[in-house]
Design a protein. Structure first.
Length: 275
């Protein structure tokens, strides 16, 4: 819970650059998934009908041909966003890593590092994560045994294959998460519950704001606009939580706090000497 509170403070402190990174990664990918899964489930065909504005008719509308695709749309959109969350939030992770040592991260530097890390991100956070999610242990393994794979790829930038004097990315991921299965799985459970609550809170907040500004809205638009936006906001927030959890794990395992302080002090000295 302390990490959730700290993530809120970090997000508020660096709202500008984090919002820009969120708009470059999480928002467009969530919108793409919403369109693709909406077309697949057929809910866009309900756009020609008037969905109920009164909650008492909601379940009757769900059972109708116009609203019958909504349950599958809600479920599969959540699964797709969860699957690609590390990739979508990778610009956020890079910006957070830069903010450890810089007041204003360079967009060009962040973009360059993201492009160089993209092949490993696709292999680990999309392909391997997707294959794990097709198995019985598909939720447990990415949640506990490879929870910070994206952070390792983006921030440590190891080669995919071991080289002289360099550990490979797969070896580093296994070494970082080893013997911490219980702790990481417990963190995932707490995060899953908090994310579900936060998504509903975002969803209802967006709906209330829209009703106050524009009047009653159709239920169809709740799923077409408010639901994807709430998922995108939750994904962005928990990217900050995951980054802080990664730092916490490195500090516990490796005493990385000392390294962070020394690197930050070295950067400050270098900036003073350059003036």
């Amino acid at each position: 819970m302390q990490l959730l509170d700290l993530a809120m403070r970090v997000a508020r402190m660096h709202l500008g650059p984090l919002t820009a990174a969120w708009a470059c990664g999480v928002l467009p990918l969530t919108a793409l998934w919403a369109v693709l899964i909406g077309l697949w489930s057929g809910i866009f065909s309900a756009g020609n009908t008037i969905a109920p504005t009164n909650a008492q008719y909601f379940f009757r509308w769900i059972d109708s041909p116009e609203g019958g695709g909504v349950p599958s749309y809600v479920f599969f959109l959540a699964v797709a966003v969860y699957w690609t969350a590390p990739l979508a939030s990778s610009p956020l992770t890079l910006v957070l890593g830069k903010l450890l040592f810089e007041d204003r991260p360079s967009f060009r530097a962040v973009a360059g590092e993201w492009i160089r890390s993209l092949p490993q991100l696709l292999a680990e956070s999309v392909l391997r994560r997707g294959l794990w999610m097709l198995t019985v242990a598909g939720v447990v393994v990415p949640a506990a045994m490879r929870a910070y794979a994206a952070e390792v790829i983006l921030l440590e930038r190891n080669p995919w294959r071991a080289a002289p004097g360099r550990i490979s990315t797969p070896q580093r991921i296994v070494g970082l998460h080893g013997y911490w299965f219980g702790t990481l799985f417990a963190r995932w459970l707490v995060a899953a519950v908090a994310a579900s609550i936060l998504t509903v809170a975002f969803w209802l907040s967006l709906r209330v704001v829209c009703q106050v500004l524009f009047g009653p809205t159709e239920v169809f638009w709740d799923f077409l606009v408010f639901y994807p936006c709430s998922l995108a906001l939750t994904t962005g927030f928990f990217a900050v939580v995951r980054f802080l959890s990664y730092l916490d794990l490195r500090i516990r395992r490796e005493g990385w706090e000392v390294e962070l302080l020394l690197r930050a002090e070295g950067d400050r000295i270098a900036r003073r000497m350059s003036y």
